[in-house]
Design a protein around this ligand. Sequence first.
Ligand SMILES: Cc1ncc(COP(=O)(O)O)c(C=O)c1O
Length: 397
Amino acid sequence: MSDYHHGLRPESRIVHPPVEEVTGSRPLGVPLHQGHIFAFPDSDALADAFAGPEGAFHYSRFGNPTVRSLERAVADLEGGSGALAASSGMGVISTVLLALLRSGAHVIAQRSLYGGTFATFSDLADRWGVDVTLVGGDDPEEVRAALRPTTRLLYLETVSNPTARIADLPALIGVARAAGVLSVVDNTFPTPLLCRPIEHGADIVIHSATKYLGGHSDVMAGLAVFADAELHHRVWHHAVEQGATLDPFAAWLTLRGMQTLGLRIRRHNETALDLAGRLAAHPAVAAVHHPGLPGHPDHELARRLLPDGQGGVFAVDLAGGREAARTFVGAVRLASLAPSLGGVHTLVLHPASTSHRQLSDEELTAAGIGPGTVRIAAGIEHPEDIRADLEQALAGL
Ligand SMILES: Cc1ncc(COP(=O)(O)O)c(C=O)c1O
């Protein structure tokens, strides 16, 4: 402390405690910088800090060291030039859409998108005059036919919820790229350990880090990774005004969770594939939707796009229909009936009455969801305990 500080009264000194700097060694864990203001020696240095995402830290809505560590870690995993973190997956999705679209713009979006994303597009269409054409995830000709001079974005999800359909990223993105249209891919389900959309031409990759990246159901966060620095800067300038900023503690929790991503993903993959194979032979199960199984319509594509594993989420159609599905999700004991996925806990869900309840019967059928469909998100508990739990719940049907 300087002589000046020593000369201050106690009430003033306690507002300015010593801030320790680490010198001579380095912290192995990422430090949590919860404070959101940073002081500068002079006005010019502070003015420079406002310039872009790489500027000096000054106010955490513009950038924070802990949040920046997370952004750099995820950009590195996805092979992007930079990333932008936000307070949830929906926070980052709306930030990106509001930054890149304007009234009169046209978007081509996959039909089977996450409900919140779908609702955002509907809202943009109703209230902002953004025109949206819905397409499947497998036919590049459908994307080509949908293109217009006003088309600004192609919006896809690598793996759809809950039936794990795989989007043909290289084929669909190739059409958009040739027409000068940006591609945005939500890669929440596979994570960059199983698929890196930028390698297939995507311009922006989205994550709900609330799911596998965080991995412990204790943090909400979203990230957008940019292939190109200019696009990153463009969206960042909007993001700092929109303010869906990620809290540093949430970034810290996400980083901490991500350190075990490799171990967790391997376990999620193995358990889900094993369970899917076993449940396919169960008399109470009419069909299983797992892209790692030969009967899945995207099995071949999955082997190409996700060769190291197809993820921890799959769906089963129960032979007893809606009643059987509702009885089953109420009868599990180790697994929990809960929304979300991608954490350490095994979760089950009846999409027709919960996550997809707004869809009509025709829309449910188009999304491959029947009245007896149950989504299973495999956790990291012992696979035999999960299997025994699901089987005891099936036995009661
Ligand atoms: C594929 C996908 N994208 C985005 C989101 C939204 O993420 P969040 O709940 O973190 O806002 C979800 C949430 O379930 C999701 O499944």
